[in-house]
Design a protein around this ligand. Structure first.
Ligand code: FAD
Length: 534
């Protein structure tokens, strides 16, 4: 099988043009068929948007073609191969803490390899969790153990379900993640479109389907089980975990996939002496524009084309005060969501449905911060920093989980908003027009005031006076890193496998899933003396 890259055709090309392009690229050689490995688009010139294909082609005489054309290459083998299998009758079981994408993929790989993992999740099954989350969005009631951050499916369940990532992936684990997602009900197209996304509604069904698969393979889920302590022996080796209420579960291999919001768990880990350090993250706001404006600016006359969908964007500005301002987790045709997990604190994020047909585009506009400069004071100082600004946002919104909001025109002019304009904010349970500068560090405000007009040059209308910002966006990534060795185990606590976003090894659904696979392999190898991780 040969892989042909950069086959570029106009957006509205007829189907047969693809075949003609393949033949041309093969210098007229016949082929036995092809599949689309990847389809992206190049919208740099909105009037002439091009589709860019990567195709896998069956040909006879591959060697001769490869010798003749240096741009051709053999399609890599992306099939997933298990590194170790549990021996028959093995009674020892690994524990996976957390059912976000990292914990789910770790548990799935372990289950598929016969290790019958025990999966501990502090939150509830995804359907009940959905109801609890709506309590915040509709009735201003936060459930601290069942919300956008905690519960089956983890942080990405109520999300846009964007699945692309720029991580290095030499073993094609990302492909395995996508294939498992398709088996669980994701649309097939995620296997080949360049920026796949799933949307919230399907994510909920997929999470349930993956649970059924894991249970069918002998895995065991326990919901409402918050891990509150580690049981360590004299050598600091893990012997088990302790649940809230005191129950102890024996385990010598524990995957710690707790996400970036398990602040109490980070505190416990620090108390137990687990190696941990503060890590940079970003803070800012969510911005909303009419999706039609973004579509028009990005796709010109092709706005609304079904192959393009709702337009996204990615923006960066390096501000004069040395800070980088960038767009984060852009959700085309989506809504801004209340993503708090602690009472009296307010956090925003974004989500969408598969159709991405809500009125507004939203994205985080965030500013990078660094531990030594902005919050010196130990591994958990970043959490104190986040909490401070989340509390300010809660107060500025009126103390009801309504989010503080401001028109971009007012923000740039340095005056509080007293009302909002044409862009109706999507955040529920509602917003309070105010001054977002009271909920963000001064250097963040200064950098954003500089960045918005710069972004407007790239996407005219971005600094639209009525575009609306809600705050605060603080959970952009984990504020801590829990370092691990090449065997994926904690540097000073053998048997503990820090994994996923919370440990600083992932940023997003895809990279968290990939890290789950990597760590599951390390566990499987360690449990079978199967040698070093690949
Ligand atoms: P998490 O998904 O955070 O999962 C951690 C799990 O551990 C949770 O279920 C939690 O309840 C559980 N847990 C925590 N502590 C304990 C404990 N002590 N005991 C037992 N269980 C515990 N990423 C994308 O790539 N694309 C997107 O479109 C996208 N949109 C997002 C939208 C929103 C609203 C949010 C909040 C996030 C979004 N993200 C998105 C980010 C993405 O969700 C995360 O990067 C990803 O979920 C991290 O996976 P994880 O498994 O490492 O951690």
């Amino acid at each position: 099988m040969l892989r042909l890259t950069e086959i570029r055709l106009p957006l509205d090309h007829p189907p047969e043009a693809l075949d003609a392009a393949v033949r041309a690229r093969l210098g007229g050689a016949a082929h036995q068929g092809f599949t689309i490995f990847r389809r992206g688009y190049d919208a740099r010139n909105p009037k002439r948007i091009m589709l860019a294909y990567t195709l896998d082609v069956e040909v006879e005489g591959e060697a001769a073609l490869l010798a003749r054309d240096a741009t051709l290459r053999v399609a890599p083998d992306t099939a997933y191969r298990f590194v170790a299998r549990a021996p028959a009758g093995m009674t020892e079981r690994p524990v996976v803490i957390g059912t976000g994408p990292c914990g789910l993929l770790a548990a799935l790989i372990l289950a598929q390899s016969g290790f019958r993992p025990i999966i501990l999740e502090r939150g509830k099954v995804v359907r009940q969790r959905t109801k609890d989350t709506w309590d915040l969005w509709r009735r201003n009631t936060l459930h601290p153990e069942s919300n956008v951050q905690f519960g089956e499916g983890g942080a990405g369940t109520f999300s846009d379900g964007k699945l692309w990532s720029q991580i290095k992936d030499p073993f094609h684990f990302g492909r395995k993640v996508l294939e498992e997602f398709v088996k669980a009900g994701a649309p097939e197209e995620i296997l080949y479109v360049s920026k796949p996304h799933i949307g919230t509604f399907r994510l909920v069904q997929m999470v349930e389907s993956i649970r059924e698969t894991i249970e069918g393979l002998g895995g065991e889920y326990r919901f409402g089980c918050r891990v509150t302590d580690l049981d360590l022996d004299d050598q600091r080796r893990v012997r088990g975990v302790v649940l809230e209420g005191g129950e102890r579960i024996a385990a010598r291999h524990v995957v710690l996939a707790i996400g970036h919001s398990a602040r109490d768990s980070f505190g416990m880990l620090l108390e137990r002496g687990v190696a941990m350090q503060a890590k940079p993250f970003s803070i800012g706001v969510r911005i909303e524009h009419p999706q039609s404006l973004i579509d028009r600016q990005r796709f010109g006359p092709h706005a609304g084309h079904p192959l393009l969908g709702a337009a996204d964007y990615k923006l960066v500005h390096h501000a004069a005060n040395g800070r980088s301002v960038y767009s984060f987790c852009m959700c085309p045709g989506g809504t801004v969501v209340a993503a708090a997990s602690e009472p009296g604190r307010l956090v925003t994020n974004g989500m969408s449905q598969y159709s991405r047909n809500e009125r507004n585009a939203n994205a985080g506009i965030v500013v990078g911060i660094t531990p030594e400069v902005d919050y010196p004071g130990g591994p958990l100082a970043g959490i104190a920093f986040q909490r401070h600004w989340e509390e300010r946002a809660f107060a500025a919104g009126g103390g009801t989980y309504a989010a503080p909001a401001q028109r971009v025109g007012d923000f740039l002019a340095g005056r509080p908003s007293t009302s909002l304009g044409d862009v109706i904010p999507s955040y529920r349970p509602g917003v309070t027009p105010t001054d977002l500068a009271t909920c963000l560090p001064d250097f963040v405000v200064a950098a954003m005031r500089e960045a918005l007009p710069a972004f407007d040059k790239q996407i005219p209308g971005f600094a639209l006076a009525d575009a609306v910002m809600t705050g605060v966006e603080t959970r952009t990534s984990s504020p801590v890193r829990i370092p691990r060795g090449v065997d994926c185990q904690s540097l000073n606590t053998p048997g503990l496998y820090p994994a996923g976003e919370g440990a600083g090894y992932a940023g997003g659904i895809m990279s968290a899933g990939v890290d789950g696979i990597r760590v599951a392999e390390a566990v499987a190898l360690a449990m079978t003396d199967g040698g070093p991780v690949r």
